[in-house]
Design a protein around this ligand. Structure first.
Ligand code: G6P
Length: 613
């Protein structure tokens, strides 16, 4: 969601803030703003991209060595200059940037209005700024800024990551976290703060992740960490492993394209060190302790949102087929509110690229309270989900900046495939031969993806033909049904073309009515158990003059003679096919979006990490 950055030290704050905002822009890009403490607090904010803010600030005095910046994904109040952060309290005592939602802001606002407060914006953040100020002024000099912040936060219901400047105590930043992530970077005589490590990594690799209910009082040479209840805490300093190259475009036009092309490496990085050199074994160190629980589980519940949910659906096929354990796949947002039945011997697997998705986190807590063992599969080291779960596995895809998830998805599916193979072996539901042949198949994926990426020019030509379509249908069966859903989601997200994914056989129960000569139908039709059936489905589409773009196993002549276009992928075991077949779909959506002049990395209304429900 929103991106937060802050600096306190001896350097000019503005260049650090604006650069940080550009790094964070993938989190939200409705509007942006900065506040810098110089002789006075200077605030600049502007609707639109960070570049609009830069234009506004050009030739203005932005001197100052302490400052905060924000890039917004609107929740309360439309994106405009007034609703952009930072927000200042009525008497200018406090300036606040905020990520999250203050749920009881309406009630708090009314109380403040009764006490004479007037509001300029429609945001919940301005309510928080005024609440802090109200408490501070009422304290009559008895309470300092930090104390006022803690008291205000004790009245707030909701989620926040906030950074605050106080007019009367301009030598410090006050930060607090509940639900929305914040990380502090430690320099020499300086501190950085941000909603994720991307703006920090170029300055320092020593960081402190704030936990829920933490408040940090940051001076340039001193950091105090407390709970909201005023108990002092010892900060845990950790090392960032991310490298700066991984958050730059490295010559690619977009992050999304770079991330699609990184997949041979990100998949390799995800299984590297986990597969024995002689391919005789897979080990997942993070699951070692909980493996007996996984083996005994009567049921596995997978919880996720968005693309991660699609990875979960692939896992349903993988785990049920290979390990014969029943799997249910749930949206975090539904699971958390529908009184789910959870048994103590259930194992819950939460999947999340960011590790911060609010609905997934809430669902994890419900599962934990019910006594289930909860595992996490996450891409961002140190994020909330790995910290809230009992055990887990990191995908080593590296930072994913493009809002549409690509390499994180294939890394998630790689981990889930490993889990299914291990469980199959331990549960004796696959033979030793199948076990070794699946490991070999998995380790062959990077070079097969490399092959698929060579089809990029063919996919680009196909994209040219269909870029003006208004609807797309994606069909797949079995393991490839979730891939159809993911292909449709990718297209919707970045090109704004309406697309639906369907199990191919279900086409007859509705979508077939939509098929005519204007309807491109992407069929994922590699040679597996249901090959004959999907060939029939292609015939059904062709009989109604639909245009078929088929993803096929290389050398397939049957479908080639029927489809309008084919994109070949190397032959593989059907359990491995999702990792291969999704790649052409990512490229198809990418090219169509570029040809339609869409902002591929920052699609409208979307955010990379959804930290509000
Ligand atoms: C947002 C992102 C998606 C992502 C989903 C779940 O909608 O735009 O790309 O799949 O959140 O995020 P997570 O970080 O939990 O995987």
């Amino acid at each position: 969601m929103c991106g937060i950055v802050g600096y306190i030290g001896e350097k000019d704050a503005y260049p650090i803030l604006i650069n940080g905002l550009k790094r964070l822009e993938y989190r939200g890009y409705d509007s942006a703003g900065v506040a810098i403490i110089g002789n006075e607090t200077k605030i600049f904010k502007k609707k639109g991209k960070v570049s609009e803010l830069e234009k506004l600030v050009k030739n203005k005095d932005v001197s100052g060595v302490i400052g905060i910046g924000h890039t917004r994904w609107a929740t309360h109040g439309e994106p405009n200059d007034v609703n952009a952060h930072p927000h200042t309290s009525q008497n200018n005592k406090f300036t606040v940037i905020h990520n999250g939602i203050i749920e009881n802001y309406g009630r708090l606002k009314r109380k403040l209005e009764d006490r004479g407060y007037k509001f300029k914006s429609q945001t919940d953040t301005e309510v928080l700024a005024n609440l802090i100020e109200y408490i501070y002024i009422k304290g009559n000099g008895e309470i300092d800024a930090e104390h006022a912040v803690r008291l205000a936060l004790s009245k707030v219901i909701g989620a926040y990551g906030i950074v605050i400047i106080s007019k009367d105590e301009p030598d410090k930043l006050i930060a607090a976290r509940k639900g929305s992530p914040l990380v502090i970077g430690i320099g020499e005589g300086e501190y950085y703060i941000a909603s994720d490590a991307t703006p920090i990594i170029e300055h320092t690799d020593s960081v402190i992740y704030l936990n829920n209910d933490n408040v940090a009082i940051i001076k340039k040479d001193q950091l105090t960490l407390k709970t909201i209840g005023n108990d002092e805490l010892k900060p845990l300093i950790q090392k960032l492993t991310m490298d700066i190259g991984s958050i730059e475009k490295n010559g690619y036009e977009h992050f999304m394209l770079k991330e699609i092309f990184e997949q041979p490496k990100s998949i390799l990085d995800t299984f590297r060190g986990r597969v024995a050199a002689d391919l005789s074994e897979i080990r997942l160190g993070g699951l070692f302790e909980v493996m007996p629980k996984l083996e005994k589980a009567k049921r596995i519940i997978i919880i996720a949102c968005g693309t991660s949910w699609h990875a979960g659906l692939v896992a349903e096929y993988l785990i049920e087929t290979l390990a014969r354990v029943p799997v249910e796949v749930e949206y975090g947002s539904e699971f958390r509110y529908r009184k789910p039945i959870i048994y103590e011997d259930d194992v819950v697997i939460a999947i999340s690229q960011s590790g911060e998705t609010a609905d997934t986190l809430a669902a994890i807590n419900i599962a934990k309270e019910a006594g289930a063992t909860v595992l996490g599969i996450c891409n961002v080291v140190g994020a909330s989900i790995p910290r809230e779960t009992h055990a887990g596995v990191y995908t080593h895809a590296g930072p994913e900046i493009g809002v549409a998830s690509t390499k994180a998805f294939t890394a998630q599916v790689t981990v889930l495939t490993m889990i299914a193979i291990i469980l199959g072996k331990n549960n004796n539901t696959i033979s030793d031969d199948e076990y070794t042949s699946l490991i070999k198949e998995l380790t062959d994926v990077p070079k097969k993806v490399e092959e698929i990426l060579k089809s990029d020019p063919i996919i680009k030509k196909i994209s040219e033909l269909y870029k003006d379509a208004t609807n797309f249908l994606y069909l797949g069966r079995g393991y490839l049904f979730p891939v159809a859903l993911e292909g449709a989601l990718k297209l919707k997200e970045i090109s704004y073309i309406h697309a639906e994914g369907y199990p191919a056989a279900e086409m007859k129960h509705g979508p077939i009515a939509l098929i005519d000569e204007n309807m491109p139908v992407v069929v994922i039709a590699t040679q597996d158990n249901s090959y004959e059936k999907i060939v029939s489905n292609i015939q059904e589409v062709k009989a109604r003059n639909g245009k078929v773009i088929a993803i096929v196993t290389e050398g397939d002549t049957v479908i080639k003679s029927m489809a309008d276009h084919v994109i070949e992928v190397p032959k593989s075991h059907e359990a491995i096919a999702p990792l291969l077949t999704v790649v052409p779909l990512q490229l198809l959506s990418y090219h169509i979006a570029v040809m339609r002049d869409c902002n591929v990395d920052q699609p409208r209304n979307l955010a990379k990490s959804v930290t509000v429900e």
